[in-house]
Design a protein around this ligand. Structure first.
Ligand SMILES: [Zn+2]
Length: 201
């Protein structure tokens, strides 16, 4: 329980019902997405899931992250990703939508999901190389170019890569440019099996 919970009773971010940030009835209204080749996005980026992901940027961070992680795990346990020796790598802090509290949601949620799924977890393999200045006002295409070469790998990558298939984890899949840049960096280093997992799309 965070200090904020003492002042604000926990309530659903969508309907306001007390108890949880993500209530079951609002969660049921969010459409599922599912597998597409080597990608899995669990939900559509809508409703209470969208509100929870946005809320992570501003408030109640750890509690919301825990609820989101639990929901991910519940959904993952019915897939063939269970009982496999994966290595989860969270995308480093988003340079284009920086969290005001310096909290990396992909890292926080990814850690909890990996623990529950018995996957390996490595937050320091992928490194964000350059400036973290948000590119406000730039068009998608320009931003795309700015992402090139944004990631590098830490020197211990050879110890880890190819021993396990990698799961690149992020909160939301939008254009996919962040995840594809990260994948390119990993492939260049010889990683063969890469799977994308996002909470929403
Ligand atoms: Zn609700």
């Amino acid at each position: 329980m965070g200090i904020l919970d003492l002042f604000f009773p926990k309530a659903c971010l969508e309907c306001g019902k007390e108890g949880k940030y993500i209530c079951e009835s609002c969660l049921k209204k969010v459409r599922k997405v599912g597998f597409a080749k080597d990608k899995l996005s669990i939900f559509r980026y809508e409703g209470v899931i969208r509100k929870a992901i946005i809320a992570l940027k501003y408030k109640y961070t750890t509690e919301v992250a825990k609820e989101l992680a639990d929901i991910c795990v519940r959904n993952l346990k019915s897939t063939n990703l269970i009982n496999k020796n994966y290595l989860l790598i969270p995308i480093p802090l988003h340079w284009h939508k920086q969290n005001v509290r310096g909290f990396n949601q992909a890292e926080e949620i990814g850690k909890l999901v990996a623990r529950e799924m018995n996957w390996k977890y490595e937050p320091n393999l992928l490194i964000k190389k350059v400036s973290t200045k948000p590119q406000v006002g730039l068009k998608g295409s320009t931003r795309h170019e700015n992402l090139k070469g944004v990631f590098s790998l830490s020197s211990n990558y050879s110890l880890i890569t190819n021993r396990y298939p990698l799961i690149l984890f992020d909160d939301v899949l939008t254009t996919g440019s962040t995840l594809s840049e990260a994948s390119k960096t990993l492939r260049k280093a010889g990683v063969k099996r890469i799977f994308w997992l996002t909470i929403a799309k």
